[in-house]
Every structure is written in C-alpha cells, then in structure tokens.
Design a protein around this ligand. Structure first.
Ligand code: ATP
Length: 239
C-alpha cells in the first residue's frame, strides 16, 4: 500500500574483514521512486549497493524486499526477485559483442521468445546499441558502454535497479542523456536507487535522497530538501 517500502533496510552493517565500513544503515525505497545516495569518495556508497544486491554480505541488520527477508539470500536469487545492479565502471564483457552482453543479462531467463522481444525493445530504447550490436563491447565509447551496462541489467527485468555512478567519466552531454534514460525508466515503472558523486544532478532527479558519511546515513529528505540543505550545499554541491 501507500508508504509501504519496497526495499526496507534496518540497522544494516557491512565489514571487510575486521573493518566495519557501513554502520547501522536505515533506509527505505518506495515503489516507483528514484532515490539518490550521495557521499564523498570512500563513504561506502558502492559497498552499500553491493550489500543490497548481495555481492557483499551484511554483518548485522535486515533487508526486506516486497516484504520478503532477503538478508541471507545470495545475489543470483536477488536478481530473480527483481533487484539488479549496474556496477561502477560498467564492467561490460569487453571481448564479447554488444548483442551477447545483452543476452547475458537475461541468462537466468533462458532464450525464450520473450527474451528476444526484450532484446528488440532494448535496441529500440538504445538505437546506438542496435547499430553496434556486432561490435565488441570494448570498442564502444564510455557513454555507450554505460548504455550497454544498463541495457544488460534491464534484460533481467528488474523491478529495483541499483545504479552505481552511471555518470562517472562521461562528458556533460552524455551525462544528460544517461539521466534522461533514468527518468524514462522511472516512467516505465522501474524503481531506482542511484549512487552518484554528481550530487546536484542526482538530487534534482530524485524523489528522495540520503547522504552517506563514513558509513553512516547523516541526512535524508526529499531531493528538493537536500538540494537546499546548507550542509549538503557546502559539502557536496560546492556552494
Ligand atoms: P567511491 O566513490 O570511491 O567508490 P564509495 O563511497 O563507493 O567510494 P566504498 O567503495 O564503498 O566507498 O568504500 C568504503 C570503504 O571501504 C572505504 O574506506 C574503502 O577503502 C573500503 N573498501 C572498499 N572496498 C574494499 C575491499 N574490497 N576491501 C577492503 N576495504 C574496502
């Protein structure tokens, strides 16, 4: 129902060996929202995404998705539940074709007609990928690789898409394009959790946002509230 979190995180902690890098994280992502997570280098943003997608185990706390406790559920099963991550740095398979990269996104779904239809939809959404479908992913520009990484994730039919720094290393015009795509995905009903260093654009796009500092959520609010928050403006918007 309304206000019921799609993803609810309570008291979550994550450690690398003995070193805890996320402490007592509480957050929620409601169905249909874009939620942005901003924070400095090393604050723990990527670690948080990996904990949500199951690539990094939680050491404490609880994570529920659509009311189901997924805290101990492995990453591949979370993909099947609808939580799909686009990793930092794209991580496309550079020696495989664009086409095969997209198909790999649907590997848990087999090669049904439905998958082929989704592939067609992906090429309609990203015409440049259709044009380059026989090229190796490694031959694409950074922006094209980001589109490919997003397309590959979409082939898994996510309900919650976790995006790690999609604008990293891209030129301003391409960043605009990527943010436009994110807006479109929201219109299509996909819920989005967006990690960005590019705080002003990420918060402008967001329904709500969180600020992470040294492994803790220190500020939360609507995108607008965060954009006008004095501390956020000083620390993350360079004002
Ligand atoms: P960035 O924007 O640089 O990716 P981030 O906010 O995503 O930063 P994380 O990459 O999650 O931050 O890192 C959080 C902390 O965990 C940092 O202190 C980092 O050095 C440490 N860390 C990250 N990965 C590992 C790892 N594999 N082993 C040990 N420590 C790690």
């Amino acid at each position: 129902g309304a206000g019921e979190g799609m993803l609810v995180v309570q008291g979550l902690a994550t450690a690398y060996g003995q070193i805890e890098v996320l402490h007592d994280i509480d957050l929620r992502i409601n169905r249909g929202e874009i939620v942005s997570l901003v924070g400095a280098n090393g604050a723990g943003k990527s670690t948080l995404l990996m904990t949500l997608s199951g690539l990094q185990p939680a050491t404490r706390g609880r994570l529920t998705f659509e009311g189901r406790d997924l805290t101990r559920v492995p990453a591949d099963q979370r993909v099947a539940e609808g939580i799909v991550q686009v990793p930092e740095g794209r991580q496309v398979f550079k020696d495989l074709s664009v086409h095969d990269n997209l198909l790999l996104g649907a590997y848990t779904r087999g090669r049904s007609q439905e998958v082929m239809d989704d592939l067609d939809r992906m090429y309609a959404k990203f015409p440049i990928l259709r044009q380059k479908r026989h090229n190796l992913a490694g031959e694409l520009s950074g922006g094209q690789q980001q589109m490919l990484a997003m397309g590959r994730a979409l082939m898994a039919r996510p309900r919650l898409l976790l995006l790690d720094e999609p604008s990293m290393g891209l030129a301003p015009l391409i960043i605009e394009e990527i943010f436009d795509i994110i807006r479109e995905l929201k219109k299509e009903g996909i819920t989005i959790f967006l990690v960005e260093q590019n705080a002003s654009q990420a918060l402008a796009l967001a329904d709500r946002g969180y600020v992470l500092e040294t492994g803790r959520v220190v500020i939360e609010g609507t995108g607008r509230e965060l954009l006008s928050n004095e501390k956020v403006r000083e620390a993350y918007l360079g004002m």
